[in-house]
Write a new protein. Structure first.
Length: 240
């Protein structure tokens, strides 16, 4: 991918068959500009220069984000649940692997076979996180659907690399990122409201954010909290 300097910034410039110019800032500060094939250089320079402050803002946000920890899923590690840190205790146990949470001692017990691998222990814990979200989400939908004035026909949970949530508007189906189990509960609520609001407005335009102001006036606080976290190296993150 060619790298060029535009408006004093190093840019990954891509020319492709498309209708409009597109700018993306990635974790680590990399800037990518995709433009239609015949776009004049002057138009690209004007496009980037007009967004110089926006680029710097997002580069600074990425720089301030929490690094993703390297985990081995062994005793002594700290693992979050709804943004509270719990000390992991791995115990050897026959039979089906399971997780138990001790709120009083802030311990998260991972009961697994003695020969389990780090990948197997990670899978057990991920299944537990998924189950916790499955228990939380129905109540949040019952709370927020009347506020937003839209109902999801279905919902699901999946691991996503670049989005906290997505909405299939035609099917009225919302997806929530499994990683939300590790963030503060209001952040989960924000993503639920965000995706439900897409059932009013498909785009992230002025109408969409005006509706968000109406439904959840403090949404910016929760969005800022989520922006502190890297979902995957090198990728921008947001609710979609």
């Amino acid at each position: 991918m060619p790298i060029t300097t535009i408006a004093g910034l190093e840019i990954d410039l891509v020319r492709k068959r498309m209708r409009s110019l597109r700018l993306t800032v990635y974790a680590g500060g990399r800037i990518r500009v995709a433009v239609p094939l015949q776009t004049p250089t002057a138009a690209i320079e004007q496009f980037v220069a007009a967004r110089h402050a926006w680029i710097q803002k997002h580069q600074q946000q990425f720089a301030a984000r929490e690094p993703r920890p390297s985990l081995q899923y062994i005793s002594g590690e700290l693992h979050p649940y709804l943004d509270k840190a719990y000390e992991l205790r791995v115990t050897s146990a026959p039979g089906r692997a399971r997780v138990t949470l001790d709120e009083a001692t802030a311990h998260l017990y991972l009961h697994v076979p003695a020969a389990s691998t780090a990948a197997q222990r990670a899978a057990v814990l991920a299944a537990w996180y998924r189950q916790q979200l499955k228990q939380l989400i129905p109540a949040l939908l019952r709370q927020w659907e009347p506020v937003v004035g839209r109902e999801a026909a279905s919902w699901g949970i999946k691991q996503m690399r670049t989005r906290w949530g997505t909405c299939n508007i035609g099917a009225r189906r919302i997806w929530l990122n499994l990683e939300l189990a590790k963030r503060p509960l209001p952040c989960l609520e924000y993503v639920v409201v965000h995706e439900l609001t897409h059932l009013h407005e498909r785009l992230h335009n002025a109408r969409f954010w005006s509706l968000m102001d109406q439904f959840m006036p403090d949404w910016r606080t929760h969005k800022t909290e989520l922006n502190r976290v890297h979902l995957a190296p090198g990728t921008p993150t947001d609710a979609d």
